[in-house]
Design a protein around this ligand. Structure first.
Ligand code: HEC
Length: 176
């Protein structure tokens, strides 16, 4: 007798073995859970706060002290997240604006120079007009770093030699 039918049946059975972990009883998040008289995804008890959220809130609520590290971080984050529209110098002429995005007000505009740090932080968090929120992409610590860097950009066009510490001034005066 030919063994072919047996081989075919065995092959079919073996192929099924492959699925043992893929197909198994499971609940969908929103399917009914009779035990709880609701959906499988349970509502967390009232006033529950995820630990990550608390951490983010704390960082968001405390402006860090200005430091060289903070500025360096802000410079990198600004280059990644803001300069495509606002331009490396903050004039609002980044590459995306050159391709048709509405031009934002320059950071060197008097109104934005007078705005406080919190205003910049809030624009990153909530967006502003045509600019969408960066809350999901830029964590609060990086937002403060970016704000510090924007302040440095603004100062860079209004600083005088007197603002430079004496020991650094000599270097500037001797530079070509
Ligand atoms: C995709 C382009 C784009 C990116 C990226 C972007 N912005 Fe904007 N931003 C805009 C536009 C457009 C406006 C003007 C919106 C309006 O007035 O409708 C704006 C406005 C602003 C303003 C001025 C608000 C005012 O009062 O006029 C600030 C401050 C600002 N952005 C900060 C940032 C910072 C900080 C980042 C990086 C985290 C960033 N933006 C990234 C497009 C962008």
């Amino acid at each position: 007798m030919s063994r072919l039918p047996l081989i075919v049946v065995l092959a079919a059975l073996l192929a099924d073995c492959d699925q043992n972990m893929d197909v198994q009883p499971r609940y969908g998040e929103y399917s009914r859970a009779p035990l709880f008289r609701g959906s499988v995804l349970r509502r967390p008890p009232e006033n529950t706060i995820a630990r990550d959220d608390l951490e983010r809130e704390n960082v968001a609520g405390t402006k860090p002290a200005l430091s060289a590290e903070l500025l360096a971080r802000g410079r990198v984050r600004f280059g990644i997240f803001c300069s495509p529209c606002h331009g490396a110098g903050g004039d609002g002429t980044g590459i995306i604006v050159q391709r048709g995005m509405p031009r934002p007000t320059s950071y060197h505009d008097d109104r934005l120079r007078a705005a406080d740090d919190q205003y910049f932080f809030d624009v990153i968090t909530n967006g502003h007009g045509a600019m969408y929120s960066y809350a999901s992409r830029v964590p609060p610590g990086a937002r403060w770093a970016i704000v510090a860097y924007i302040r440095a950009l603004q100062l860079s066009r209004h600083a005088s030699l007197d603002d430079v510490p004496a020991d650094e001034r000599a270097k500037l005066e001797n530079s070509p």
